[in-house]
Design a protein around this ligand. Structure first.
Ligand SMILES: [Zn+2]
Length: 190
């Protein structure tokens, strides 16, 4: 599996393009153009969302118009959040965002496994605290933590539905894994 990191124009959130054999997967979705130049005509099978805040999802409508068979993975709260401008906080930005393809959402929960290709799975770990939609994905020795753990920064818990206690519990779980894994987090930090 190849991992390509795109730093998005909005809030320096990160999209990761995973290349697995002849297909691609994404972790989160911001700017679409750089995604297209990385996947170069390969099939895009799915998008694994670390959570459904605006800065991690804003390219999804444009992307799914280009790749109508692509599925979007999140939990139940993530689904609700994708479909509500207030909950995903896009209301407070220039371009309110409501996800237009709810039928392409697949719900995943703690302990689930998503098959990326033959023998390669993404393990889902619920890491609530920053937001209830927060999921961390473990793929071999790579962990994609979204905003549940950004090295060198404190987890943000003062947004709607944030929870400091849960964030700390999630962070403890992540740090345990991080000892043996490479962390790919939700924002680029200088
Ligand atoms: Zn966030």
């Amino acid at each position: 599996m190849l991992i390509h990191n795109i730093v998005n124009t909005f809030f320096c959130s990160c999209t990761y393009v995973l290349t697995v054999d002849d297909s691609s997967w994404l972790i989160d979705c911001g700017d679409v153009e750089p995604i297209l130049s990385v996947i170069k005509g390969k099939n895009l099978i799915g998008v694994l969302l670390t959570h459904a805040h605006f800065d991690h999802i804003y390219g999804l409508n444009k992307l799914l118009k280009l790749f109508p068979n692509t599925l979007v993975y999140t939990n139940e709260c993530g689904k609700e959040t994708l479909l509500d401008v207030r909950k995903n906080m896009s209301l407070y930005h220039e371009t309110p965002f409501v996800f237009e393809f709810p039928e392409d959402i697949r719900i995943v929960n703690d302990g689930d496994e998503i098959e990326l290709s033959d023998g390669l799975k993404a393990k889902v770990m619920a890491t609530p605290g920053h937001h209830p939609s927060c999921l961390t994905y473990i793929i071999n020795d790579a962990i994609f933590t979204g905003d549940s753990y950004i090295p060198g920064t404190k987890v943000v818990t003062n947004l709607p539905k944030g929870n400091r206690k849960l964030a700390q519990e999630s962070l403890d779980k992540i740090m345990q894994l991080a000892k043996e894994c490479t962390v790919y987090s939700g924002h680029h930090v200088e």
